[in-house]
Design a protein around this ligand. Sequence first.
Ligand code: SF4
Length: 245
Amino acid sequence: MSGAREASIRVSEIFGPTIQGEGVLIGLPTVFVRTGGCDYRCSWCDTLHAVDSEYRDQWRPMSVEEIWREVSALSGDKPLTISLSGGNPAIQPLGPLIAHGHAQGYSFALETQGSVAKDWFADLDTLVLSPKPPSSGMETDWQAFDDCLRLAAGRPQIALKIVVFDDRDYDYARQAAARYPALPVYLQPGNHTPPPPDDDDASIDIDGIMERMLWLVGKVTDDRWFEARVLPQLHVLLWGNRRGV
Ligand code: SF4
């Protein structure tokens, strides 16, 4: 590892082992490396502590060696899947971390909105592309999104994951899925609850989430959209909006 010459990675938090709470790897034990900073600002972002510059003083510029020391301690040196999350982890220089982890037998899954493409996407084991629907207030740059797929070069397992709050989001999800018919699509009912400023109050609007979950199941089955999978965020059901679990 040539850590001294590598750009540092801005890290918001490293935690685990826990389980992946959503999407294609739901239920899989994992250690999270959450990076700090995002080029988006979704209206319902549930990880503002990794997005908003207000939290910048909590983010650490870390070398691969420093990150690896924490990952090794958390995993007990037993290889598992590392979830690269954010913020938008695609804006960080993660290639050397992935190369180092692979050499130790670890796997890597990364989730991004698909706004920034990197050639090291091809080195991932799993790439979750999560384009943001209209309720986020963001506009999808489909050219950038296509670039993500192009640079992944068909190597990692790739899945679409789309948060759905309402009919407009659902229509967006259908269009996105139609645009990429070869990709498995995971739909996730939105979670309106803002993240707590600390760990003292991690309560969630469970009734609202379950209501949207049932509505979404009804939409998919009514439409005979049998390729879609509908999943809630398991970690939110288990731990609310608590950080670091
Ligand atoms: Fe938050 Fe993700 Fe949106 Fe960034 S892309 S603002 S991390 S929900």
